[in-house]
Design a protein around this ligand. Structure first.
Ligand code: NDP
Length: 240
């Protein structure tokens, strides 16, 4: 069995989550990977990994996957709440289902899944939760109203959780990326997508998901008594 503790990553089938899975596996950690699509997680080819193909809001499924992974690898020491959904649009034109889904995935699941691991981290007085926020959790952008709302909420809840857990020695921290080249734009279309891509091209493209994974790994690998409370990581050329 691995000497390193169990790391749980949501949204591990793509983008930042998949890159983070590869980075932590290379660092020797056993993993629990969670996303709805199983194949891309299988394709990562990580031996010491439990895979859970489920919705992050299916608390019963996440909970039983956690139990399975902990049985195999020992207690979870890091939860990375990474699964996320961005659908850019003016609110008037936005599908109401996508309003709901962005809050469900970006905010509600993040809190409910934190609840699954926190009591035992508090008991052990050890552990880390890393929430993936966004630069869009710090400033407003056009056509981002709902996504902005979800990420501002992530930032606020991360700071609240950090304060609640400081006395237990449990770290809660935020990684807020700028533009990263992933599939996140898959729910954005038309002129809004064109405008986003034009800006991205004008700055020479986004970060690679591996760049963000490196920031996450670096923050986690610090000794437990040191917390990078908030990391904003973006292309140097991004000026917005
Ligand atoms: P991707 O679209 O590449 O990845 C999103 C991941 O979330 C996928 O693995 C997807 O898996 C998973 N996911 C979405 N909905 C659900 C759900 N209901 N249940 C389980 N898993 C779900 O995007 P990124 O890698 O870019 O996004 C990762 C995080 O980074 C998000 O929180 C995003 O907001 C944040 N971020 C991204 C930025 C960027 O420029 N790319 C900038 C700032 C922040 P599946 O579809 O298989 O369920």
């Amino acid at each position: 069995m691995s000497q390193h503790p169990l790391v749980v990553i949501t949204g591990a089938s793509s983008g930042i989550g998949a890159a983070t899975a590869r980075a932590f596996a290379a660092a020797g950690h056993p993993l629990l990977l969670i996303a709805r699509r199983l194949e891309p997680m299988r394709d990562l080819g990580i031996a010491d990994a439990e895979l859970a193909a489920c919705d992050v809001n299916d608390t019963a499924a996440v909970s039983s996957a956690l139990a399975r992974a902990e049985e195999r690898f020992g207690p979870v020491d890091l939860l990375i709440n990474n699964a996320g959904l961005m659908a850019l649009s003016s609110v008037a034109e936005q599908d109401p289902a996508l309003v709901q889904e962005q809050f469900d995935v970006n905010c509600v699941a993040l809190m409910k899944n934190s609840q699954l691991v926190l009591p035992r981290m508090q008991q052990r007085r050890h552990g880390t939760i890393i929430n993936i926020g966004s630069i869009a959790g710090k400033q407003l952008y056009g056509d981002h109203t709902v996504y902005n709302g979800t990420k501002f909420a992530v930032h606020a809840m991360t700071e609240g959780l950090r304060r609640e857990n400081a006395a237990y020695g449990v770290r809660v921290l935020l990684v807020a990326p700028g533009m990263v080249d992933t599939s996140l734009l898959g729910h954005t279309h038309g002129e809004v997508l064109d405008g986003y891509l034009d800006y991205k091209r004008s700055i020479g493209g986004g970060l690679a998901p591996e760049d963000v994974a490196q920031a996450i790994l670096t923050a986690y690998q610090l000794p437990q008594h040191i917390s990078f409370r908030e990391i904003v990581v973006a292309p140097t050329s991004q000026d917005a």
